[in-house]
Design a protein around this ligand. Sequence first.
Ligand SMILES: [Cu+2]
Length: 221
Amino acid sequence: MTRLRLVAASAVVALVLVGTVGAVGSPLNGSVGPGFTISLTDGSGVRVTRLDAGAFTLTVDDESEDHNFHLRGPGVDVSTGIDTTGSTTFALDLVNGKYTFVCDPHPGQMSGSFAVGEVAPPPPTAKPPVRLTLTVTAKAVSLATPAGRPVRALTIGPAVITVRDRSAVRGARLVGAGVGRSTTVRFVGTVTWKVKLAAGTLLYGSDARKPVLKGGRVPVS
Ligand SMILES: [Cu+2]
């Protein structure tokens, strides 16, 4: 073979290799051990948090006989052995969704996740309602926490108000900050108001015969 032909043959081999690697997929590198560490990085060594759907080649470097690398998600469930070490390669076809990787013996300490495609953000966790007690007696009106402390400020959101109307000549009233509720003057008893506090000032007081009891105002923000 002449020298020229040899060069040409090498070039063909190189082209074929490049083509093969491209078809297998973008590289991902998983790593676990030797300590309690687990990670997934892309071809540039950057931690993976989001990927576009497609073909990937995952190479996992398992450096511990106590840990493994287990990747799960839509259409994928691959893992290295717990008591084995070494490098393992997986061909992955990732589709839109959430993928998680864990060390099976230590999922609490060793885990991670990433999203593929456009994943909708998780719905905001519903805020538990604030609980308040509005008490009206013949002599006083007060707004307090369940522990009995006066309320100085509130945050926007749901509130459950236990209204204890102890006076037959006074009603309980709550207005402002998106709220407008009251008990009748004659009413005596306990009712519960579920309200949604908006930004503003919440006024509490009593609808009453004179003298009008001094209530109060609480900023809501
Ligand atoms: Cu582990």
